[in-house]
Write a protein of this length. Structure first.
Length: 205
């Protein structure tokens, strides 16, 4: 995480550094991103960056954490309803709003995509362990689905996570063009998720 010297900077300069770091990490996964490019684009000396962060990994962890905080805040209206809807209705709202987040904040979305696509497993696992961002929200809702009986108790939880994560990624990443109609795509998201719902619902013996 940032050193005290970073937080002592004026808020405008903190945001300036963050924006340029986001741009680089949105263009490249961690292992390909360049700290030199970040400082050049931000117009600061590389030595100054080391006064604010230990190294590129330290900066990256800060960026990923801040981006996820931003996304969580955007998704808060969905989470506010979590106790009033079942798993399937929640999933529909969650992924539709996630798609809107990607459309409205494309660079933040690309940072998240590159985080999951990074080949540097050690850095990704370290962040997942420290920040616990690996869809604990989804795991929580899945568990509620089991408890309420809307999900077949024989369902493999890891398999359910894998399928929903893969499908949601495709539903978002493949439909970010400006000419995609929001209403039509939300309807399509619901249609795709309804197919997954059929696989999770309890089945008669």
């Amino acid at each position: 995480m940032p050193k005290a010297t970073f937080f002592n900077l004026p808020r405008e300069k903190q945001e300036h550094i963050f924006r340029h770091a986001v741009q680089e990490f949105a263009l490249h996964p961690y292992e390909q991103a360049s700290l030199t490019e970040i400082v050049n684009q931000a117009g600061i000396a590389k030595g100054s960056m080391y006064q604010y962060f230990e190294d590129k990994k330290d900066l990256y962890k800060y960026v990923v954490d801040k981006v996820y905080q931003h996304k969580r805040k955007f998704l808060q209206p969905v989470w506010a309803l979590k106790d009033n809807v079942d798993f399937f209705e929640f999933a529909s709202m969650y992924y539709r709003r996630s798609w809107h987040y990607a459309r409205q904040h494309p660079e933040h979305h690309r940072v998240i995509v590159n985080f999951w696509d990074s080949r540097d497993d050690a850095v990704r696992d370290e962040i997942l362990h420290e920040k616990q961002i690996r869809s604990y929200e989804f795991a929580y809702m899945l568990e509620q689905g089991f408890k309420s009986g809307v999900i077949d108790p024989r369902t493999d939880k890891e398999a359910a996570w894998f399928v929903y994560h893969a499908v949601a990624k495709a539903l978002i990443d493949n439909f970010l063009a400006p000419d995609v109609n929001a209403d039509s795509h939300e309807t399509f998201i619901n249609a795709v998720l309804s197919l997954l719902e059929q696989g999770l619902r309890p089945r008669k013996e």
